[in-house]
Write a protein that binds this ligand. Structure first.
Ligand SMILES: C[S@@+](CC[C@H](N)C(=O)[O-])C[C@H]1O[C@@H](n2cnc3c(N)ncnc32)[C@H](O)[C@@H]1O
Length: 259
């Protein structure tokens, strides 16, 4: 009797993201000029607008969760203003890159990362992974299919009065003459009108950006208040071959203080 070949389980978006980012960081993605420019912009925008974020002040210092931390751009940028940062990322290679960078900057007692996914049942439940004063998820919400579930999970990790900050791309114009990372003519797998693969990470993307209204309702649906939205940050040049432009935003909201 012929042997049956077990059916292949299709990869989930989580698997695709982990594989992609594991390979990307190992291949030196953070050295690519447009990515370097973007990380500089994220860093300066966070530093220059730290007051606007409205992190609650109390005697215990400021504890940051850098969710989907990558190699630690957010933690590094905010390190002068915080007491402790914990990074969590799906990709083990990103976590290694984060911890290597924090060690090389003599910051390892303050900034450390672990591999994890808040959407997975094995997500860390240790009390140290709760009660954050500020949680930042930078350039990663667009990789998550169920954005509302992710916002719920992040919200649960905040202390009362803590702030959740999402940095991402404004909805890309998929029609008219607007240029987005995904050009109007590109298909959902990142191929242009000639069938060339011009957006190689397209298969890891669940949402082509967010509008202010979408961010507001994601926050308000979990009962968050003091929603703020900052755009008008300089536009970013992104491939395909640097003719595309995208607008980054910073959105924030506060967890209600219970009495
Ligand atoms: C574009 S990078 C951004 C990294 C960093 N936050 C920054 O701003 O430079 C996206 C990161 O999200 C991570 N990621 C994607 N989905 C995730 C999830 N469900 N949970 C945790 N990390 C995730 C990837 O592994 C990757 O490191």
């Amino acid at each position: 009797m012929a042997e049956l070949t077990p059916a292949r389980t299709p990869k989930t978006l989580t698997d695709l993201n982990r594989d992609w980012f594991d390979t990307a960081v190992a291949a030196g993605a953070f050295e690519i000029p447009w990515i370097k420019d973007l990380t500089k912009l994220i860093s300066s925008s966070l530093r220059n607008n730290f007051e606007w974020l409205g992190v609650p002040q109390h005697d215990g210092g400021i504890k940051l969760l850098d969710y989907a931390c990558g190699n630690g751009v957010v933690s590094m940028a905010l390190s002068p203003s915080i007491t402790e940062a914990i990074g969590i990322d799906l990709s083990p290679n990103m976590v290694t890159a984060y911890n290597t960078l924090s060690q090389s900057q003599q910051l390892s007692s303050k900034l450390s990362a672990i591999q994890g996914d808040l959407l997975s049942p094995s997500t860390p439940q240790d009390p140290n992974f709760f009660n954050f004063d500020i949680i930042v998820m930078s350039m990663a919400l667009h990789h998550v299919f169920d954005t509302q579930l992710m916002i719920n999970k992040l919200h649960k990790r905040l202390r009362d009065g803590g702030v959740l900050v999402i940095i991402d791309w404004l909805t890309m114009e998929l029609g008219g003459s607007g240029h987005g990372y995904r050009h109007p003519n590109d298909d959902s797998e990142g191929r242009n009108g000639e069938g060339e693969k011009v957006t190689p990470a397209a298969h890891t993307v669940a949402h082509w950006g967010f509008s202010e209204e979408e961010m507001k309702s994601l926050f308000e649906n979990v009962g968050m208040v003091d929603v703020g939205f900052m755009e008008g940050i300089e536009k970013s040049k992104v491939p395909a071959e640097m003719n595309y432009e995208q607008q980054m935003f910073i959105a924030k909201a506060r967890k209600v203080t219970s009495h």
